[in-house]
Design a binder for this molecule. Structure first.
Ligand code: HEM
Ligand code: HEM
Length: 187
């Protein structure tokens, strides 16, 4: 499968992800990077001004919920639109690593927003999505639970960061070292 430069519309295995899958991917990238930046800001730079801080929390949390919804839609789409095949000569261990990385992304993008959402509820701050739509408050104020969920959210944030670094290095490795057209499948 070193023929990834060929395009034969309507024939052969698909050489790229379809347009919707690529859009899902890059919209998610933009939203996840924005959410992480805001998360680090609120958790570590702790802005002084209360109203501003609450706005940052609200944007972080609202984008996070949006990522959750987009990921559900993306997975539903993915069921009917499989990924283009990996390069045939790719070693087995790398294939397994790639699949594990992608599955872990989906798992994180589905559970992190939930954990963050329940943490916010447990701190006693029900969320209004972008200040507009009030969301349910299933747990109510519960500080010990809030502390646990926040610790989990934080741990997941750092592992997500590590997964992103690995994923980006893998993409660049495919592009610069193996030159096997993997990056182009997502562009
Ligand atoms: C995929 C979606 C999300 C990502 C990638 C994400 C990422 C992060 C990151 C990187 C931090 C800083 C962690 C640290 O170093 O302390 C953080 C903190 C936080 N996140 Fe999220 N988050 C997401 C979704 C959500 C959602 C949906 C909510 C709530 C509705 C939420 C609530 C919080 C809160 C309250 C904090 C602050 C914790 C503190 O003050 O220490 N997050 N998030
Ligand atoms: C927040 C950051 C990112 C997340 C959460 C993410 C997530 C994902 C996921 C879940 C897949 C699997 C798609 C599927 O088959 O269902 C994927 C594939 C891919 N991503 Fe990312 N991605 C991120 C950033 C990037 C960046 C920055 C690049 C480029 C430098 C990139 C390049 C690719 C490529 C080339 C594939 C296709 C891999 C293959 O065909 O096996 N991603 N990404």
């Amino acid at each position: 499968m070193s023929t990834s430069g060929n395009t034969m519309p309507g024939h052969a295995a698909p050489l790229r992800y379809d347009t919707a899958s690529r859009t899902f991917h890059w919209v998610t990238v933009a939203l996840v990077l924005a959410t992480i930046a805001l998360g680090l800001w609120i958790a570590h730079a702790r802005p002084e001004e209360e109203a501003f801080k609450l706005t940052l929390y609200n944007i972080h949390e609202s984008i996070g919920v949006t990522i959750w919804i987009i990921t559900l839609a993306r997975l539903a789409w993915r069921l009917g639109h499989p990924a283009p095949p990996l390069p045939a000569e790719l070693p087995r261990a790398i294939r397994i690593a790639a699949r594990a990385n992608h599955s872990a992304f989906y798992l994180w993008l589905l559970t992190m927003p939930l954990v963050g959402f329940l943490a916010t509820n447990a701190w006693g701050f029900p969320l209004r999505w972008f200040g507009l739509i009030p969301l349910p408050d299933p747990v109510g104020k519960n500080i010990p639970l809030a502390e646990t969920l926040t610790a989990i959210h934080r741990l997941m944030a750092w592992t997500l960061g590590a997964m992103i670094v690995l994923h980006v290095f893998a993409a660049l490795w495919h592009q610069a070292v193996r030159r096997d057209g993997t990056l182009r499948k997502m562009l």
